[in-house]
Design a protein around this ligand. Structure first.
Ligand SMILES: [Zn+2]
Length: 451
């Protein structure tokens, strides 16, 4: 292993014991800070009957209450601009980001100078894990403005010494000119955009491979972790796809994949404590291969928005606890968001899992799908309506349809009714893909128009 294979060797290759010691010390200081500075957490802990002195070892974290996104939203609505949960003075805040939730109302996240420094280092470490080096020219084809991973990616990529090209979104025409002129060899984007842009380049009469992108750093949605989806993007571009996972409230990237491409490493043991809990019972699960559950984050060095056992609603699966790259952070993949989960006759199913099954039929299908809901979920009466694209002869469509339906049943225990449409018929997305079409929303809109 070359000595420069890690950005932060000590943290990234620490033993479990060393990591636990570091986290315990940092968490003790973070709790001191929280109890001293945040009325929101003082109240939460008081209501839960837990005191600061009840924390002695890392194991005690499980006795503390969870924090939910709804609580942060309510706190912000009642105490604008940043909420009662913030623990820094407003004049120490140097930047504000936001996430847009399902309500469309922005949820703000402030950072102090120290928070920004920690975010930058953690994000740089994650990009470095994904293969970013100082010689790279990276086109950032993702949001730049309020999006947490915009300006932080800029700071992180620049800090490694690589060239950051702030392309932003909706600029495919520009990208087509800029990438060859600058000799860009890497792109940071959503997997949906990597697929969309490949089609765009082909429509313009070029082969995506001729653009020379060799590294695709993907994130913001689960697609790149789906083997068939990744394989198609890699084939389109002749590039290596690696993915990262973060959270608007915690940090832009917390997990990222190394060259082994066997799941995303936990990269931030000096910034976050990660727990995986059973989403129904809230029971803490062991970090072992095969375990699936919801990611829960506790910050370790946060000044503006310290988070205590924050329920991310990200559903993940632990893939392993060791790696040929030498990093000791456990590896996982994201299965989907709890908010996206559908329940068909008591069986939980994520839209990304349907996409994963359909993608195994490439090249007979494009792998693009849409799940059609006639009524609001998460409960869905079977069969689940799935629209997929058929690439082959129409005569082969009937057998493809039943083969996909059988495989969905076999893999996910869900009855589906598959409708095949021609390749290219489903909408493509430049930002995050939309795997679910809510047909009842259109009906409501039509009704509203009539009135
Ligand atoms: Zn690795």
């Amino acid at each position: 292993m070359r000595p420069n294979d890690y950005l932060d060797r000590k943290v990234e290759t620490a033993t479990a014991k060393e990591t636990a010691r570091l986290q315990q010390a940092l968490l003790a200081s973070q709790l001191d800070y929280l109890f001293a500075r945040s009325e929101f957490y003082q109240e939460k802990c008081r209501d839960a009957g837990i005191r600061r002195k009840d924390f002695r070892t890392l194991r005690d974290l499980g006795r503390f209450p969870f924090t939910t996104k709804e609580e942060l939203r309510a706190s912000q609505a009642a105490h604008p601009p940043l909420g009662r949960h913030i623990a820094a003075d407003w004049h120490d805040v140097i930047r504000v980001h936001s996430s847009t939730g399902t309500t469309g109302k922005p949820s703000f996240v402030g950072i102090t100078r120290r928070d920004a420094k920690i975010w930058t280092r953690l994000t740089a470490r994650s990009f470095y894990t994904q293969g970013l080096r100082s010689t790279d020219v990276v086109v950032h084809a993702a949001g730049l403005t309020l999006f947490v991973a915009g300006l932080t990616s800029k700071d992180a990529i620049e800090s490694v010494g690589a060239v950051f090209v702030p392309l932003g979104t909706g600029a495919s025409e520009k990208a087509l000119t800029v990438i060859p002129l600058l000799g860009a060899n890497a792109m940071h984007c959503t997997p949906s955009y990597a697929a969309y842009f490949a089609d765009f380049v082909r429509r313009a009469g070029f082969d995506p491979r001729d653009l020379g992108l060799k590294k695709l750093f993907c994130g913001a949605e689960p697609g790149a972790g789906i083997p068939a989806v990744r394989a198609k993007i890699e084939q389109d571009w002749g590039a290596r796809v690696t993915e990262g996972l973060g959270n608007a409230d915690m940090a832009p990237i917390v997990f990222s994949e190394c060259a082994e491409q066997s799941g995303m490493h936990f990269n931030g043991p000096d910034a976050v404590v990660v727990e995986i809990v059973d989403p129904q019972t809230s029971e803490c699960l062991p970090l072992e291969a095969g375990v699936t559950g919801e990611l829960v984050y506790t910050s370790l060095q946060r000044e503006c928005v310290p988070l205590l056992r924050f329920r991310t609603r990200d559903r993940v699966q632990v893939l392993g606890t060791s790696c040929a790259c030498g990093r000791t952070g456990f590896k996982l993949r994201c299965i989907g968001r709890t908010d996206d989960m559908l329940i068909v006759l008591g069986v939980n199913v994520f839209p990304s899992a349907i996409k994963e099954v359909v993608s195994t039929f490439c090249p007979s299908t494009t792998g693009e799908i849409q799940i059609v809901l006639d009524k609001p979920g998460p409960g869905v009466a079977p069969p689940l309506r799935v629209v997929a694209e058929c690439c082959g002869e129409p005569s082969a469509a009937a057998s493809l349809k039943s083969a996909i339906e059988r495989k969905i049943k076999a893999m996910l225990s869900v009855s589906a009714s598959v409708e095949l449409v021609p390749a290219g018929a489903l909408p493509r997305y430049e930002m995050k893909g939309q795997l679910v079409k809510r047909s009842y929303e259109n009906k409501a809109a039509v009704k509203a128009d009539v009135r």
